[in-house]
Design a protein around this ligand. Structure first.
Ligand code: FAD
Length: 297
């Protein structure tokens, strides 16, 4: 099938199709060249037909949630990118919240509050989608999404499967989701007084706003902690690296664990900065830093 045929078929499923769409428009750090095409399915049905069409073709594809943990090459990608943002349905049964994977984590927290359900308060303020949160096992203030995960529904390239968190090996900002596509997540929450839930949400959000460059262009924490008590932010700060710049990319002045784009920062700037910081940490502490931000090139 030639590319135009595939795109036409995908378009007919109800997906939006944006050929050569710059991914800088879709990543929170505002970096990334064009994808072969950006495809935005309008629901689970159009997503599944789209994925099956792509699987049956020779074309490669990647999945984007809300692009808040991604650093994409300025050269762009020879792949299709399927963005999940319109998969936002949900239902609540008792203490179980089931949501499509494109829903934002923020919305999930708000739904939990509306229903008087506790369990997501620490995560309030983490940007991104439910699917991205599971893929990354997102977390904050001692809580990770895996702590409340009941099951995950995925498309494995051929069919849908429903897995329990134990099957996905969810660890510190990692999972075994791999090439599979998360379509739905189910969270097990606990009934609680909405006023208490709201108070906790606000407290965690306040801490986040005080400490993190939430309103700058970033992709979240740049590196993973190499060991539990090795904090990247305070280590880089102690080394005088707050504000350290390569081109238009710099280590945030507010929190040294974050890389921020000053406006004209490029992928090359970011990767050079990463390389330099890794060299310094290796020399000073003998630790090999692994990036937390996912690189697409
Ligand atoms: C200001 C700021 C603060 C942040 N704070 C935190 C924090 O406190 N804790 C934390 O853990 N993270 C934090 N992050 C990082 C980020 O928000 C999370 O990792 C988030 O869960 C990523 O979700 P996303 O939808 O944006 O994923 P994306 O960035 O779109 O994708 C990330 C990875 O997940 C995969 N993926 C996404 N959706 C799916 C799906 N449906 N199926 C299969 N694979 C999928 C992608 O292919 C990619 O590999 C922060 C980011 C920013 C910008």
């Amino acid at each position: 099938m030639i590319v135009l045929d595939i795109l036409e078929k995908i378009y007919l499923t109800g997906s939006e199709v944006l050929p050569k769409e710059p991914l800088s428009r879709h990543t929170s750090i505002a970096v990334g060249g064009p994808a072969k095409a950006l495809i935005i399915p309008n629901g689970i049905k159009s997503l599944l037909i789209t994925l099956k069409l792509l699987e049956a073709s020779d074309e490669s594809y990647r999945i984007m949630g809300m692009g808040t943990n991604l650093l994409v090459s300025d050269r762009g990608l020879n792949d299709f990118v399927v963005k999940m943002e319109r998969l936002g349905g949900y239902e609540v049964t008792g203490e179980i919240l089931i949501a499509e994977s494109g829903i934002s984590l923020k919305r999930l927290c708000e739904i939990a509050l509306e229903r008087g359900l506790s369990g997501l308060e620490e995560l309030y303020g983490i940007p991104g989608s439910a699917g991205g949160a599971v893929y990354m096992n997102a977390g904050a203030y001692g809580k990770e999404i895996k702590d409340v995960l009941e099951w995950v529904e995925l498309f494995n390239g051929e069919e849908m499967e429903r897995l329990s968190p134990g099957d996905l090996n969810l660890g510190y900002r990692s999972s075994d989701v791999g090439r599979r596509v998360i379509t739905k997540v189910a969270l097990r929450l606990k009934r609680d007084d909405p006023e208490r839930v709201e108070k906790r949400m606000r407290e965690f959000l306040r801490k986040r706003l005080e400490k993190q460059p939430v309103f700058d262009r970033s992709a979240g924490s740049l590196f993973k902690r190499p060991k539990p008590n090795f904090y990247i932010g305070s280590t880089l700060e102690a080394l005088g690296l707050k504000g350290y710049k390569v081109g238009g990319m710099k280590i945030s002045e507010k929190h040294a664990g974050f890389l921020v784009n000053e406006g004209d920062g490029s992928f090359q700037d970011a990767m050079k900065l990463v390389e330099n910081v890794r060299k310094i940490i290796l020399k000073e502490f003998g630790e090999n830093l692994e990036m937390e931000v996912v690189v697409w090139k």
